[in-house]
Design a protein around this ligand. Structure first.
Ligand SMILES: [Zn+2]
Ligand SMILES: [Zn+2]
Length: 141
């Protein structure tokens, strides 16, 4: 699978075994995405490959630890390393070449925007689940 930012300077590829994605509806993800939620894929480091543009990526971290990486040229969200050090968080909207993907989880449904309608497909978590619970749902092996 291949992904790129809006201006195309930041590019990456992901090995093909992933198909399960999640959407987080919390207020922070709404701000970062500018929409009802973000759509995300979690990929093991060894299956994620930067192709170019890493030096253009800027990072903003809130005092709570919430992190947003983005292309400093076009402002597009960028993949970033997760705190566990093993995985990369990937904004799915950047993928332009991929196999069929499926939303299997909705996070923070209790803090969704009033105008957001969450589809009945996939597990729903009222708040942020434990990472291991999320990984369990995302596991598609
Ligand atoms: Zn860019
Ligand atoms: Zn969120």
């Amino acid at each position: 699978m291949k992904g790129k930012c809006l201006c195309g300077e930041v590019r990456f590829s992901i090995d093909d075994q992933y198909s399960h994605i999640y959407q987080c509806h919390c207020s922070l993800c709404r701000q970062v995405s500018g929409s009802s939620s973000n759509s995300s894929l979690i990929v093991a480091q060894e299956h994620f490959h930067w192709l170019c543009g890493v030096s253009l990526i800027s990072s903003f971290v809130k005092s709570t630890g919430y992190r947003s990486d983005f292309c400093s040229r076009c402002g597009c969200p960028a993949p970033n390393s997760m705190k566990n050090g093993n995985d990369i968080w990937v904004p799915v909207g950047l993928l332009y070449e991929h196999k069929p993907l499926k939303v299997v989880a909705h996070l923070c449904t209790e803090s969704k925007a009033q105008w957001d309608t969450i589809s009945e497909h996939g597990a729903q978590f009222k708040s942020m689940p434990e990472l291991r619970d999320l990984y369990h749902v995302l596991d598609d092996k």
